[in-house]
Each structure stands twice: as structure tokens, then as C-alpha cells.
Design a protein around this ligand. Sequence first.
Ligand SMILES: [Ca+2]
Ligand SMILES: [Ca+2]
Ligand SMILES: [Ca+2]
Ligand SMILES: [Zn+2]
Length: 402
Amino acid sequence: MPVYEQHRQDPATQQRMNMAQAAARNWHQNHAGNITRSSGSALITIPVVVHVLYKDASQNISDQQIQSQIAVLNQDYRRLNADTSNTVSIFDTIAADAQIEFCLAGLDPQGNPTNGITRTSTAGGQFLGYFSPFFEDAKYDSLGGKNAWPTDQYLNIWVCELFPGLLGYAQFPGDAAASDGVVVTYTAFGTMGTVTAPSTLGRTTTHEVGHWLGLYHIWGDDNDCTTGSDSVYDTPNATSASQSDCQVARNSCSNEDPWWGSIDPTDNVQNYMDYSNDSCMNMFTLGQKARMLSFLYGDPRRLALFTSPAGCAAVGVQEPFSYDRYFSLYPNPSNGQITVSYFGTWNSAMQVEVIDATGRIAQTYQANAYNYTLDLSGLAKGIYTLRFIGEGGAAAKRVVIQ
Ligand SMILES: [Ca+2]
Ligand SMILES: [Ca+2]
Ligand SMILES: [Ca+2]
Ligand SMILES: [Zn+2]
């Protein structure tokens, strides 16, 4: 938050952030009513680049550790995490599948194949050798860090040694392009290798990516029940951050959004946007889902990610049931005539849904050929997601009709 306050002193940044907020509000007004636990949006896949900054070999975390973090993001944002059964009942009914997925990028900014990971040996940052949000030093070659890959094509995640006591920080939508992304300390990234208790389940990154998608802390960053708000109707008010003891019975405020009616809910300490320990947090709410989607569709830089050329690296980080890498679509963008190629093996015909940018299914068909020409020329110009649903799995591909 202090970094955010510092950035918004720049009038151009403040104006861009206001525009992102306004665009998100506009999208929200038109779409929030359609958002439910597991629908309301087409599945979105965000290409990720992880920049590892290491001062010694122990900080040069393994590919496997990085992949373990991508897996956590996919579980948490799809509500496929193993600990959903811990969610207290009052919140289980409003816990959301955000319909957002992540993959390590398959192409670098020059169009060359990549595993979505960069590695930079460094002497460290500007604060006693630690990287710091106040210097933004992780994000620039010239300060001992690594320049971002284009932030309208990639979610940039820097992993490095942050100054002591700080697990991670993030930038909100609309803020400066060059520093857009999230930074996480190497001892709280992924679920193996260098992680240390209690940050061993990858939830720091889930939390920071939540900020990157426009979410605020659920207690409103104040010390009372009235001053601040996270601008989300279904996350109860709270006086302060969770005290890391997972007190699910805590009820620090009784003035709640009218959406709750006569119910005075407990604090949602299991929310990813509280300061609870990894083992406690396990959910986003439907209201938070709507807010994240609002920024994804409303902020130009986030919306551009939908048509990023970065693709996904073909490594074992996909969900086991994802067929994504078995499909290619050509040409893309197109005039609506698209050659679809499938490289897998058929168990049964695939059901295919053509989903428009608002999440509406515009067309469906059955597919059981390895190569065929799909005719979408009857649809309006725009961005569509093709969702291929087969036996035990699914794939999602974006196409642009011009
Ligand atoms: Ca709230
Ligand atoms: Ca508060
Ligand atoms: Ca309450
Ligand atoms: Zn935070």
C-alpha cells in the first residue's frame, strides 16, 4: 500500500488507475449478475514469466519449484485446491471458481521458444542487498534486477530475496507498465525447495496475483469497521488483518454490506486476501471473482493478455486433464475460417463450445476429426474462446475474428 500511495502521486498514473477502475465498474454493472460459482466468464489462461534473481546458488530455485507455484495458482483460482473442505459453511456457498488459469509462457518477447523462466545472477538490491518495493529494484536490469517482459503479454513474477519480514508485493491494474507484476520472496514461492514455514503452500503468490487483478485486503487496510473497504460486497468488514491464528469464529465488525441482510457473518479469515497463514486460507468469494474479471476485461493492459502471443510452455505444469497443448488453430487472427488440428488420440467425440467475450456460448459443435476447417464467419468480430471438452478433460483456445 505505501508503494501504491507513492506511485499515485504521478498524475498520469493516477489517471490511468482511475480509468481502469471506471472500466472495471462498467464491466461489472453489465456482467456481475451473470457470475456464479463456476460460470459467468470464459476460461482465461494467463501466460506467466518467472524472473529468478539469485545472489547465491541456494536462491536459484529449481524449475520444479516454479512449476509447483503455477500448479497452486491453477488450483486456487479454479477452486480445485485440496483444502476446500476446510471452508466454513457460511462462506462455502459463496466460494468461487474464478475461471482463471496460468501457464509458464511458451514464447519469449522475440518469439523464441522459452520455458517461461529467466535466471539472473545478481549482487542484490538497493536496501542492504535485499530487494525492496520502495526502490522497485527487482524490476530493472540497471538496479540489479531484471526488466519486465511486455506487461500486456505476460504476468511478470520476480522471485528474489526481499527485505526481511516481507513475503511479497504487487502492483494494481492501471499502474505503470514497466513495473507491472508481482514480486515474491524465494522462501515463500511454490511448495518445495527453499520455502520455509508457515509459507509453504504457495498462497503468498495467490494473494499477490489477487492484488494484480485489482483486489484489496478484505479488512480495508484500516483499523476499524468503517474507514476502509475492499469494494467487494460479500467479504465481511473486519477491523484488521488476520492475526495468523486462523480464528474462524472471529467477528470483528457487525456493520455489513446490505447484501448480507440480517446475517452478521464472521470475518472471512480463510480468504486469500487476508493475512492468514498459507494453511488457513483457501478461498476467493463470488464478489472478488467479479472484481477480478472486471479488471481483466476492463483494464486495457489486462485485456491484452487474452490475445498475448506468449502461449504456454509444453512442460508438465498443465492440469492433468488439460488438452491445451494438443490443439493448434490456424490462422489466428482470421476472418472466421480456421483450420483446427488435434494431435492427441480420440476416445470419443469432443464437444466444442465457442464462447464470446462476455462468457456467452455463441455456437457449439461435435468434433471427431484430426484436421478440419471451422467456419465462424457468421459471428461478430471479436475475441472468442474455443472450449474443447473430451473424455475426462478439456482445452481452451482463444481466437480472434477480424
Ligand atoms: Ca467487503
Ligand atoms: Ca476495516
Ligand atoms: Ca461481521
Ligand atoms: Zn496484500
